[in-house]
Design a binder for this molecule. Structure first.
Ligand SMILES: [Zn+2]
Length: 270
């Protein structure tokens, strides 16, 4: 069994180093400057490679200013007729995050389109349709390319995998994981994907993958540790991991998990 206390102490000992993700332009944190996965889009951030300016940067800069209505307008504009798998993937992550924030909206300052709870729930449902559409398109576009291109960039196959995970298509994700393992010579993306898959599917591999990634100082692995603990009904431990994680980095998925854990804990007190 994983020694959760040990990992929480390890997390507390990190001096997180901020770096700009070249994919989504988020300021993402890695433990002591090691190469790692982005806290927002989960794509691999190699700090030795200078980042290109992503078209998604406009949306992200509005998110950073908490100007949600402008960010939503820019994203909707960017989505129109867009057939670029990476841009669609980033839009999917953006809509997914905004959708869960809307749903838990009470604590957020979502000015502009937050007149009532009914509005926020309706907006959340609209956003859910959008993130699903984005991820379905990524699956289709990358899947089509895989049919013609045996040497496809593993980063594209990784995005297809993460899209399938978010759409909860675990059978498809298992096949994509196998394809990724065959393509990814460096092993970085397939190792991360195996971690994600084993935690989501709750297989025996999960503890092995978690130990490997946590030992390497992969910050996002703490989110998956919390998810694993929550799936095993260890809610207090999962919450402790997420709270400590929140002091270190802004991992986009962790907010929704923390919200659901707290809801479950409150319900169990009734
Ligand atoms: Zn990113």
């Amino acid at each position: 069994m994983l020694d959760v206390g040990k990992y929480v102490r390890l997390l507390a000992s990190y001096k997180p180093v901020a770096q700009r993700c070249p994919h989504c332009s988020t300021n993402t944190f890695s433990a002591s400057g090691k190469a790692a996965s982005c806290n927002f889009c989960e794509q691999f951030v190699d700090i030795t490679v200078a980042g290109a300016q992503a078209p998604f940067a406009v949306v992200k800069s509005q998110v950073d200013l908490k100007d949600w209505s402008s960010a939503l307008k820019s994203a909707d504009q960017m989505m129109k007729g867009n057939a670029d798998s990476e841009q669609l993937y980033l839009l999917g992550v953006f809509y997914l995050n905004l959708s869960s924030m809307m749903f838990e909206s009470k604590d957020y300052n979502l000015s502009g389109f937050m007149e009532s709870n009914a509005t926020s729930i309706r907006t959340s449902l609209d956003l859910t349709m959008k993130w699903k559409e984005c991820f379905f398109k990524v699956v289709k576009i990358v899947g089509d390319e895989q049919k013609h291109n045996m040497q496809i960039d593993p980063a594209l196959v990784f995005m297809k995998f993460m899209s399938e995970i978010r759409l909860k298509r675990l059978v498809d994700a298992a096949l994509t994981l196998r394809e990724l393992q065959g393509l990814d010579k460096r092993g970085t993306l397939s190792e991360y994907a195996l971690l994600v898959y084993s935690v989501e599917k709750n297989t025996k591999q999960a503890e092995v993958s978690l130990s490997v990634s946590l030992a390497k100082g992969e910050i996002n692995a703490y989110y998956y540790l919390a998810k694993y603990l929550a799936k095993h009904n260890k809610l207090a431990e999962a919450e402790a991991v997420l709270n400590k994680l929140g002091e270190t980095a802004n991992v986009s998925m962790s907010r929704e998990l923390l919200y659901r854990i707290r809801l479950t804990e409150e319900a169990s007190k009734m």
